[in-house]
Design a protein around this ligand. Structure first.
Ligand code: DX5
Ligand code: ZN
Length: 216
């Protein structure tokens, strides 16, 4: 089953409860929560307190994408806040295997993200420790950017790696996804599709998500 994960980065936090209710009602599978620290990426967003508050207003699993340095210092706080999936960047730590194992041991699903510069082959020795692989199809840091074409091939490579290793790992794509490339993304093997601006820009996130789901 293909899962759509609206990214709250493009949502309106002045009325976040209504926006979340709308996408939940429209069939969102996860809420994608982009955590940025002003160091790994220039922007700053939110931390565990906001995740804990979001936890109270939605039943959807919170898919936390940590774009932060030293993720090993923060994953426990996000797990305690109620994150269902905790994804950190391979580029942010030399100890990815240990951190994946630590996240799993804590009871959350463990995800690893790669930036556009990082080859899928770098995941070869981590795939058995992952519950989710996130292929970034833009440079992390902000919403509304164009999908980097080479990412389509990376999704096919990641799907091949997951299948070859008989892993149950989910394959998520993040950045520049929308109506225009939905079918190609699914054909490339992704099963979780993050969408920020395609869902939240211009109002009516519930209606937009429903239309995107209907395309699948
Ligand atoms: C970017 C974030 C994305 C972002 C995607 O660094 O990781 O989750 O919200 O936004 P769109 O879908 O607008 O490209
Ligand atoms: Zn993200």
């Amino acid at each position: 089953m293909i899962k759509l994960a609206p990214s709250l980065l493009s949502a309106d936090f002045a009325c976040i409860a209504e926006q979340i209710a709308a996408v939940e009602e429209a069939g969102a599978a996860y809420l994608h929560v982009d955590v940025m620290d002003g160091r790994f990426v220039p922007a700053i967003t939110w931390g565990p307190k906001v995740v804990a508050d979001l936890r109270r207003i939605s039943r959807l699993p919170l898919d936390c994408h940590l774009m932060i340095e030293h993720p090993e210092q923060q994953v426990d706080a996000f797990r305690e806040a109620g994150a269902a999936i905790i994804t950190f960047h391979l580029e942010a730590t030399p100890h990815a295997q240990g951190l994946l194992a630590h996240i799993r041991k804590g009871g959350a699903k463990a995800g690893i993200a790669i930036c556009p510069q990082t080859p899928v082959a770098m995941l070869e020795d981590l795939i058995d420790d992952c519950d989710l692989v996130l292929v970034m199809s833009v440079n992390p840091g902000r919403g509304g950017q164009a999908f980097i074409p080479r990412s389509m091939e990376k999704l096919r490579e990641a799907r091949a790696l997951i299948d070859r290793r008989r892993s149950q790992c989910e394959l998520e794509v993040d950045g520049g996804a929308g109506e225009q490339n939905l079918h190609e993304i699914v054909a490339a093997g992704a099963n979780v599709i993050v969408m920020g601006s395609a869902v939240f820009n211009g109002g009516d996130p519930g209606g937009k998500l429903r239309r995107l789901r209907a395309l699948l």
